[in-house]
Ligand binder design. Structure first.
Ligand SMILES: *Cc1c(COP(=O)(O)O)cnc(C)c1O
Length: 379
């Protein structure tokens, strides 16, 4: 028998033991053991999850509908409510793409799409720093795969050239805003590469960018003017969009194929229609949040400039790493900032490479200038 107690002890010795934090929330604040802190670890980038006004308006509208709190089934059986199609139509129109498909979460999307589309004749080439859910999707697909150094498009091109003619197709996989470094992919460069090497598809995960970038909040693909050129454009509702679920923009053919083959879509109960209605309510309003986007960007630049040389210079977004190095020092620094009223968390291996343990600041639009200044003073 495996000795799990002993394995847990090992995690503790290495400073890698994890527990659910016991916290309570009130708006942008988080409370732990009676101590109130500004939440600097949230993905509620636009501050929408804490907006009582939006919630009140939504609840009023909801009262006039008979949308249930459960779909009671997969969409392929009896769970296909009209609201799913409404949201897919809204999303595909906004992006100006042929079709959209909804999923229960980003994790479902990333562990389902690649296994459905890729097989032994498909080579997957992914950025070294893609999210764990993408890695799981790649492994589940059973397809041959390789990774290029983070944002190193010269190495990517060498891999593409080498693969040319060897496979039925190649899928390049990247995030747009990277979750641990907060830097941003050059999507037009990736589009140019995928066009240069035929039978190549581009898969982009915008989990941290949807809502936050682009003049209508449609993400880095909007900001970098290449929405129409990304074959598989994924985004999630759980972060800036203050809801739950994920979407894919793709061709009609790919959409139909996924409905027929994608296991997390077929074998899981669809999200509650009420939840989809809330996603739709907020997605529809995305263009209205440009002042939140501007605020967030301005404050992010302020903090990243302050952390120049300590990790801040890597970031080009609202996610800003403060790299400390060793686990224990990183934990101590995070605890110190928490004592001083800033709820930030240490990120350790295996989430980030060994020796790069860091505090990951994740800013939201409702943090004030005074609060940012106070944080900067402490750093
Ligand atoms: C958060 C995240 C996901 C997972 O999305 P969920 O909806 O939380 O399951 C997927 N990809 C990336 C890049 C993420 O940051």
């Amino acid at each position: 028998m495996k000795d799990y107690t002993c394995l847990l002890e090992e995690l503790k010795i290495n400073g890698n033991f994890r527990q659910f934090p016991e916290v309570t929330h009130s708006g942008k604040w988080i409370e732990k053991e009676g101590h109130r802190m500004l939440n600097l670890s949230s993905n509620d980038y636009l501050g929408l999850a804490t907006r009582q006004d939006l919630r009140a308006t939504f609840m009023e509208q909801l009262a006039d509908t008979d949308l249930p709190f459960s779909s009671s089934s997969s969409r392929l059986l009896t769970g296909n409510f009209a609201i799913y199609k409404d949201l897919e139509k809204l999303i595909s129109e906004r992006f100006g793409r042929e079709s959209a498909l909804l999923f229960n979460s980003g994790y479902h999307a990333n562990t389902g799409i690649l296994p459905a589309l890729a097989d032994k004749q498909t080579l997957i080439i992914a950025d070294k720093l893609v999210h764990a859910s993408i890695i799981d999707g790649i492994l589940l697909s059973g397809a041959p795969f390789t990774r290029y150094k983070h944002n190193d498009y010269e190495q990517l091109e060498r891999l593409l050239a080498k693969a040319s003619g060897q496979y039925e197709q190649v899928i390049i996989v990247t995030e747009s805003v990277f979750s641990m470094d907060g830097d941003v992919a050059d999507l037009p460069h990736l589009v140019a590469l995928k066009k240069k090497y035929k039978d190549t598809l581009l898969y982009v995960d915008e989990a941290h960018a949807i809502g936050v970038y682009g003049s209508d909040g449609l993400g880095i693909a909007e900001e970098q003017h290449c929405i129409g050129d990304i074959d598989l454009l994924v985004g999630t509702f759980g972060k800036a969009l203050a809801s739950m679920g994920a979407y894919l923009l793709c061709s009609r053919v790919i959409r139909d194929y996924l409905i027929n083959t994608m296991r997390p879509l077929i074998f899981s109960t669809a999200l509650p229609p009420v939840q989809i209605a809330w996603s739709r309510f907020l997605f529809e309003k995305l263009p209205d949040f440009s002042s939140e986007r501007r605020q967030l960007f301005r404050k992010s630049r302020k903090l990243s400039e302050k952390l120049n040389g300590k990790g801040g210079e890597i970031s080009n977004s609202h996610i800003i790493p403060f790299i400390i190095g060793e686990n224990e020092a990183c934990i101590q620094k995070a605890l110190e900032l928490q004592r001083k009223g800033f709820y930030c968390l240490p990120v350790r291996p295996p989430t980030v490479p060994k020796g790069t343990s860091r505090i990951r600041f994740s800013l939201t639009a409702n943090i004030t200038d005074e609060e940012i200044n106070e944080l900067i003073m402490l750093l």
